[in-house]
Design a binder for this molecule. Structure first.
Ligand SMILES: Cc1ncc(COP(=O)(O)O)c(C=O)c1O
Length: 446
């Protein structure tokens, strides 16, 4: 390859894509890859869906851009109506953005402006979880719980208080899983009390953890209790459904598994499934009405409600609903989770398999009993990904425990995945794990 003028986060580079279709992508040398992570948990309906491409082409012939101060547009209106119909009661005011970080910035600012105009100026602290990931912009970094993404910027921002994520699977105590959930929720109450309840604006969480925890699912008790605590203290509950929303966990919103009724929900990723940069914030109608009455939301983006992006999003959501891809995520997710769990017999170094629907991950450890992570220098998170990539299988990994130690791997194929395709994914994964184990000197029970 000739010298590239592009740069990304690191110096490591990948082959160029030639085309993609369904759950597959091909590079310019003709090698085929199974996109078993949907990119970064984005391509929910697979690649090159004809219905979405057709809808985008139709919109391109009409208008690709309309600035909101000059024109409204039909796709944005239709997508807002459809989105509102899929939200919990009264969360039916929809604000469009271009991605997850913008959606997170928007919800922080809407929450703050609501407090500001309702005489609660002292409320500005947004509590969140550690580990967690909420995006790359500075507001999102302030509430993100991953050391490497926060430390370089700490002096530039007001880093917000964090409470431990409900990582009950790591706890060695005499409590039941549900009792642990209550203990973690008590951590939220304690933090609110120590910060001063009238200074806390909101609590934001990913209902099922994303890349920072590897599909962490808390006990049922945790969800019910944190919602009750937020209500008790008049603190806004914000669900970051950027990764979990739009069907990935087997419900349109992951919060539905627990009957969550947040005040604000943010979505992106699977919402337009990679066809256009698009995200959305759904907010309680009273919050929005109050902010609008008091002079308007002091926030917005040039590309907000872009007609082409909204036409793509509308076709994506209709494709998800018309083909019961949410049901498929639940069914195939159960199948894939069982298959991954079976791998624990062969690989003693798989410590945990977790997630919901097709938001699934497995975590590697040095010792399953103690859940001690593999040595950091082993770089398991990147080595196994490379073994899989070499075999044409794309999975997604991160460090599990705050971004610095631990190794988990997200296996999150598009929601259109078939049983035969899942079998192929698991079979390549086994080859990759065998090769990784051999190179790393880890045991395999054949
Ligand atoms: C839970 C969550 N929130 C926010 C974001 C930020 O989204 P984006 O990368 O589209 O800005 C992500 C991205 O991974 C995410 O997983």
């Amino acid at each position: 390859m000739s010298e590239s003028h592009l740069f990304y986060q690191t110096g490591s580079r990948r082959p160029r894509i030639a085309r993609a279709e369904g759950i597959y992508a091909w590079d310019v040398d003709g090698k085929r890859y199974i996109d078993a992570s949907s990119g970064p948990m984005v391509s929910n309906i697979g690649h090159s869906n004809p219905r979405v491409l057709e809808a985008m082409k139709r919109q391109m012939d009409r208008a690709t851009f309309a600035y909101r101060l000059h024109f409204e547009n039909e796709p944005a209106e239709a997508l807002a109506t459809l989105t509102a119909s899929l939200m919990p009661d009264a969360l039916d005011r929809i604000f469009f953005v271009s991605g997850g970080s913008e959606a997170v910035e928007s919800c922080l600012k809407l929450a703050r402006q609501y407090a500001y105009v309702t005489g609660q100026q002292k409320r500005w602290k947004v509590l969140s979880l550690f580990p967690s990931y909420h995006g790359s912009t500075l507001g999102a970094v302030a509430i993100t719980g991953m050391h490497q993404f926060v430390e370089p910027f700490r002096d530039m921002i007001r880093v917000m208080p964090k409470i431990p994520a409900p990582t009950c699977y790591l706890d060695h105590d005499a409590l039941s899983f549900e009792e642990r959930g209550l203990r973690y929720a008590a951590g939220l109450r304690a933090e609110i009390e120590s910060q001063g309840p009238d200074t806390v604006l909101a609590f934001i969480m990913e209902p099922v953890g994303g890349a920072s925890t590897g599909a962490l699912v808390g006990p049922d008790s945790w969800y019910h209790e944190v919602q009750a605590i937020c209500r008790e203290y008049g603190i806004l509950l914000i669900a970051d459904e950027v990764m979990t929303g739009a069907g990935r966990t087997g419900r349109f919103l992951a919060g539905e598994h627990w009957g969550l009724r947040p005040d604000i929900i943010v979505m992106a990723k699977g919402f337009a499934a990679g066809y256009a940069p698009l995200g959305a914030m759904a907010a309680d109608r009273d919050i929005v009405a109050t902010v609008i009455e008091h002079g308007g939301f002091a926030h917005g983006y040039t590309y907000a409600g872009n007609p082409l992006a909204c036409a793509a999003g509308l076709a994506v959501i209709n494709e998800v609903l018309d083909n019961d891809l949410i049901g498929n995520a639940a069914r195939q997710g159960d199948r894939l989770k069982s298959a991954l769990t079976e791998l624990m017999e062969r690989y003693p170094f798989i410590g945990d398999v977790r997630g919901k629907g097709l938001l699934l991950a497995f975590e590697l450890v040095a010792d399953r009993e103690t859940m001690e992570p593999l040595p950091v220098e082993l770089q398991a998170h990147s080595r196994l990904v490379e073994e899989a990539y070499a075999r044409g299988l794309i999975i997604y990994s991160r460090r599990t425990r705050g971004g610095t130690i631990g190794d988990h791997f997200m296996v999150c194929p598009p929601l259109i995945v078939s049983e035969a395709q899942l079998d192929e994914i698991v079979s390549i994964l086994i080859d990759s794990l065998d090769a990784f184990a051999a190179a790393a000197g880890l045991p395999v029970d054949r």
